[in-house]
Design a protein around this ligand. Structure first.
Ligand SMILES: NC(=O)C1=CN([C@@H]2O[C@H](COP(=O)(O)OP(=O)(O)OC[C@H]3O[C@@H](n4cnc5c(N)ncnc54)[C@H](O)[C@@H]3O)[C@@H](O)[C@H]2O)C=CC1
Ligand SMILES: CC(C)CCC[C@@H](C)[C@H]1CC[C@H]2C3=C(CC[C@]12C)[C@@]1(C)CCC(=O)C[C@@H]1CC3
Length: 346
């Protein structure tokens, strides 16, 4: 009997489990003895111990079978920020998250861990050692952030300590690591087009970049510490590497590690931000006629030219969080994992 209880409490579902973070989370959960149900709109791998359910999280009937007999759900699905598609973000991150919450309640799920984002409080001004008490951005810089705010509020408000669904939100920042489809590939594509010669601003702005395995560790700690009497209920938690680094030093380390030149020439921040705003407006106007996606969006320029690093004291205090992998090792392992993106490799 004891064995059966332990076996069932080691079951969980990962919504968005085919993605970058999702797959790393699934792999770690398997190593910790969990049986995992993955729900995703696409299937990107097969692993023993994983049951795959393919479907759209906005479709409750498709989602319910993946949550059957599962006490713990991780929700880390989202459209990519680069899609910049307002209707898609609204449908998946907001309406879809309402459906995830309903489906969890109907299935008797006990705990829901959301992957939110530290950028829910970021609106382009410097944030230095920001705590979770900062207010949500009143004027988010993009549609992605706008809907991540609404998503986090929905999940945290759904927390019910009186025998209902328990919820918590993890707010990582600048996730990187092997198989990341975003940060390193965009950086390298920009360098290959000869556009990574410039530093936006004076280059001294400090930023958090977080190794994917540390983000995974934060999620699992949160799930295992979430109980009706614990302080985690209905709260957001920053999870970072706890080693803020100059944005342009981080970019240079990755670029140089892959054989590209580090950016050298400075451009004034306000000039580049203004140009990015103009390009974004142009892309919006031209959208019905042609697909045109600027690399330097207002959000990316702001992230590249301001301070934005966050305190993870709350996670240390409430769940004993300490990043297992330091930044130097994390960058080395990331660079090593992209042989195909090295300079000179087609
Ligand atoms: N990458 C980063 O730097 C950061 C990411 N986050 C959050 O972390 C989470 C994971 O992000 P990544 O792994 O980087 O992205 P990803 O794009 O690699 O993974 C997202 C997954 O969600 C799935 N998905 C999208 N729409 C879906 C739908 N309608 N139904 C079912 N599945 C759907 C995708 O197929 C994909 O596998 C997201 O919630 C993102 O907002 C938060 C902070 C920073
Ligand atoms: C073109 C260059 C100026 C920058 C190239 C690197 C960028 C693609 C990345 C640097 C910071 C990253 C980041 C995110 C996406 C990729 C970057 C812009 C997020 C917006 C991803 C989703 C989040 O929740 C917040 C992240 C902040 C940092």
């Amino acid at each position: 009997m004891a064995t059966r209880v332990r076996a069932s409490s080691k079951r969980c579902a990962v919504i968005g489990g085919s993605g970058f973070l999702g797959r790393h989370l699934v792999e770690r959960l398997l190593a910790r003895g969990y049986c995992v149900a993955v729900f995703d709109i696409r299937q990107s791998y097969e692993l023993p111990g994983v049951t795959f359910y393919q479907g759209d999280l906005c479709d409750k009937q498709a989602l319910l079978p993946a949550l059957k007999d599962v006490p713990l759900v991780f929700h880390c699905a989202s459209p990519a920020p680069a899609s910049d598609d307002r209707a898609l973000f609204q449908r998946v991150n907001v309406q879809g998250t309402r459906i995830v919450i309903q489906a969890c309640k109907e299935s008797g799920v006990q705990k829901l861990v959301l992957t939110s984002s530290a950028s829910v409080v970021y609106e382009g001004a410097d944030i230095k050692d920001g705590t979770e008490d900062l207010p949500y951005a009143r004027k988010p810089l993009d549609y992605y952030t706008e809907t991540k705010i609404q998503q986090e509020k929905l999940v945290l408000d759904a927390c019910d300590k009186d025998g209902g669904l328990l919820t918590v939100a993890i707010r990582p920042h600048g996730i990187f690591g092997p198989r990341d489809p975003q940060l390193v590939p965009i950086l390298v594509a920009t360098a290959r087009r000869g556009k990574m010669k410039f530093i936006i601003g004076d280059g001294t702005n400090l930023v958090d970049f977080t190794f994917v395995e540390n983000v995974v560790h934060g999620h699992i700690l949160a799930a295992e510490h979430l109980r009706p009497e614990s302080p985690l209920c209905g709260k957001p938690y920053h999870i970072t590497n706890d080693e803020p680094i100059r944005f342009w030093d981080f970019m240079s380390k990755v670029l140089v590690g892959l054989g590209y030149a580090a950016p050298r020439y400075h451009l004034p921040y306000m000039l580049v931000y203004g140009l990015a705003m103009l390009l974004w407006l142009l892309a919006l106007v031209l959208r019905p006629l042609m697909a045109f996606k600027p690399t330097f969006t207002p959000m990316r320029v702001a992230l590249a030219g301001t301070h934005h690093y966050y305190s993870c004291e709350r996670a240390k205090r409430d769940m004993g969080y300490k990043p297992p992998v330091g930044l130097t090792e994390a960058i080395a392992r990331t660079v090593e994992s992209y042989p195909h993106l090295r300079h000179g490799v087609a």
